[in-house]
Design a protein around this ligand. Structure first.
Ligand code: UDP
Length: 469
């Protein structure tokens, strides 16, 4: 616990995406439990969506229960630069423009106000993808803690973008096939396992955002990462030679059946009764996360592949998975034929679902939270990465840890491959091997999170170093 007379006050600002908000909420709770005052900053648009999803009044304070239980977590809302009603799922230029140029002006106005509060604000904890935190923290005389919600491997690849550029591996798409062996702490990685933003020649605004964010990160005083030493020791050790880098994850409450701060952006369907009716290990859970898109063709192949397999299934699928104007993303015939073998819901409580005994496999886009949650529940993975870090996460899952297999690895996904891979994951040799490996990895994570484990130790070390600064 921190000395109450020197109580640190951190302003914590997550990127307004589901996969970033949840770990940030948990980080806020962990820090507040150690005696910090936290001011958690959400965007108005995110808060509006959360309020709608949870049928709460607009401007609902997601931390009211945490505060009632004695934690000093304050809650502030700011504009991200676009009207609340703006459709952010379009991921268009206006959104990139807002993140690049408008968001920071709203943050700074709030920070000026917060500087007058008590206890005095001492540090800014902001998502690594923001383009302004180091500059702003310096201007306001605060410590900047960069919060990275993806694996350390992904962090280090972005961090060493200059090396990739110098070796001609940046935006090289199909042109380079040689293995990358020069990134500190990354033994060997194929160009096709890089994050999509490093493989492709991305449009100027996202590119600018990525480069600026990494430049800002180089100015961070500390980096907190939602991973564990037990998962990526070599990479983490190499990063620690560059920066004060702390592996403090997985940052989630260890009991997945316990409800936590309600911060999901969509209403959760209750699937427990249906899951209860299915035999242990018989259900394939499918989700492609909160923002990635799938092509109509691939989605159809996956749907028919699922039907052709014998597995029971629970598919959490957003309506905008294919595109925003598609009223029903799944083929009509699929919906008609799935009968009692499967259910389709728009969104569910994934952690609860994964921890249900009937779940035997997870067909996933390989978002980092999904990977961590699946390891925690010892559910082997069938990987279908779509964008961003998901491609690199797939490499960790399939090649390094051997806790799953993949579909579409040859660039094209077919219903035959999907049904065969489901069968082998749920009941075949691949599944047996992956289940064995994932049980071992879960044990390693349990060790990491035990009271004397690496993650709590690193967390305490971070607090000590931050206070001493
Ligand atoms: N999630 C959920 N219900 C769903 C789908 C996803 O609660 O129906 C949660 C999931 O548990 C995870 C987060 O949303 O914590 C998604 O984060 P991830 O990093 O896996 O993927 P992203 O959405 O960032 O691509």
């Amino acid at each position: 616990m921190v000395d109450p007379d020197r109580k640190p006050h951190a302003v914590l600002i997550p990127m307004p995406f589901q996969g970033h908000i949840f770990p940030a909420v948990q980080l806020a709770i962990k820090l507040a439990s150690k005696g910090f005052t936290i001011t958690f900053v959400n965007t108005e648009a995110t808060n509006y969506q959360i309020s709608q999803a949870h049928h709460s009044p607009i401007n609902h304070d997601i931390f009211s229960d945490a505060r009632a239980s004695g934690l000093d977590i304050r809650y502030e809302l700011i504009s991200d630069g676009l009207p609340t009603s703006y459709d952010r799922s379009r991921n268009d230029e206006q959104l990139w423009y807002a993140y690049l140029y408008l968001f920071s002006t709203h943050v700074e106005a709030l920070m000026q106000k917060l500087l007058l509060t008590s206890p005095p604000v001492t540090c800014l904890i902001a998502d690594t993808f923001f383009v302004w935190p180091s500059t702003m923290a310096k201007k306001l005389g605060l410590t900047y803690v960069s919060f990275w919600t993806e694996p350390a491997t992904v962090f280090t690849l972005f961090y060493h973008m200059d090396l990739l550029i110098a070796h001609g591996h940046h935006a090289c798409q199909e042109n380079r096939k040689d293995t990358i062996t020069y990134i500190p702490g990354v033994p060997a990685i194929e160009p096709t396992d890089l994050m999509s933003y490093l493989q492709l020649d991305i449009p100027p605004m996202p590119r600018q955002m990525l480069f600026k964010a990494m430049e800002e990160t180089k100015g961070a005083d500390f980096v907190l990462c939602n991973t564990a030493e037990e998962l990526e020791l070599e990479t983490i050790s190499a990063l620690q030679r560059e920066k004060p880098f702390y592996a403090v994850g997985p940052i989630f409450p260890v009991d997945f059946t316990r409800s936590t701060v309600a911060a999901t952006l969509w209403t959760e369907s209750d699937c427990s009764q249906w899951l209860d009716s299915k035999p242990a290990g018989s259900v394939l859970y499918i989700s492609f996360g909160s923002y990635a898109n799938v092509s109509k063709r691939d989605l159809e192949e996956i749907a028919y592949g699922i039907l052709d397999s014998k597995a029971n299934f629970l598919w959490a699928i957003r309506r905008d998975i294919v595109s925003t104007d598609e009223p029903e993303p799944l083929p009509k015939e699929f919906l008609e034929e799935c009968d009692e073998r499967g259910i389709v819901v728009p969104w569910c409580c994934q952690r609860e679902v994964l921890s249900h005994p009937s779940i035997g496999g997870f067909l996933t886009h390989c978002g980092w939270n999904s990977v961590l949650e699946s390891i925690w529940c010892a559910v082997p993975l069938l990987c279908f990465p779509l964008i961003s870090d998901q491609l690199t996460n797939r490499k960790l899952v399939v090649q390094d840890w051997k806790i799953g297999t993949e579909i579409g690895g040859l660039g094209i996904v077919s219903r035959n491959e999907v049904s065969e891979k489901i069968e082998s994951l749920m009941g075949g040799e691949i599944g047996d091997q992956a289940r064995k490996e994932i049980k071992e990895l879960k044990k390693a994570l349990e060790t990491a999170l035990s009271p004397d484990g690496s993650s709590p130790k690193n967390f305490d070390q971070f607090i000590e170093d931050l206070i001493r600064q």
